[in-house]
Design a protein around this ligand. Sequence first.
Ligand code: SF4
Ligand code: SF4
Length: 290
Amino acid sequence: MRQYPAAMVNITNRCNLRCRHCFVFRDGNPNAPRREMDTKSMLENLKALQQRHAIHTMLWMGGEPLLRPDVLREGVKLFPRNHITTNGTIDLIDLPGCIYVISIDGPPERNDAVRGRGTFARVMDTLSRVPKPFGSTVMSQCVVTRANEDVLEELVQCLLPTRIEGLTFSFYVPRARDESQMTWGSLERRDKAVYEALRLKEKYPDFIWNNRRTLELTLSENARAVTDRCPAKQLVLPLYLEGDRFVTPFCCYGNDVDCDLCGAWVVFYLAAKLEAAESVGASTPPSAHG
Ligand code: SF4
Ligand code: SF4
């Protein structure tokens, strides 16, 4: 049976937000809100998948995964490493050893233009309520788009004084024939944003958690060679929830994606890991965490 070092699972299709760039609620995506698998069945399914594919790292997603705390509390015990992606508007539950990844897409005005009015303030409220001590790591991920590329440092400045311990930049994954204001439409036009992320990595090396090579691979001169052999597709098993079963879409970002313009952090992170492993002659695939 094929082994996957990592998997991502949508444990609910419900969400309390409706972000403009959300791939869960895109038209034609199989992940439309509907009746959901119950907790017991979900945990049994995930346990079987872990054993079948030797999954080491689970990326918990939704919808908003904190809408199913029962699944999270028990589910994280099935995997050695767990990342929970949340919109940050619901109180975090303490899951020792796990990593919360809070999605924030810019300083207040820009973030809220994508994620809804008042969302940034709600995330700050959530962060202010994280107890001390807290056993989980709390980090943030910003989806960089054409609409927020000019305010990335402002975002860093907003997050530095908070409970956020580090930030990664992931670049927007457009759908096929995407004409939204989010996409650059070409890798060359995206480069300006990637160079800005590289500049911020230099300036805030401890707070920006993308490594330098990951960002270099995202530049137009390198990106196609990476996405043509997408390592995320090879190493990360995507599981979307459809009613009372899991289905596997084309990739973690759905079925209608434009691979040529994909800027997903995980893709370039894994490529950098594979490159480093090859350069030292390692023969085992990397895990999907860092
Ligand atoms: S918080 Fe996540 S799942 Fe919810 S609408 Fe936004 S992008 Fe989609
Ligand atoms: S869109 Fe999906 S398959 Fe295509 S490069 Fe990105 S992660 Fe890989």
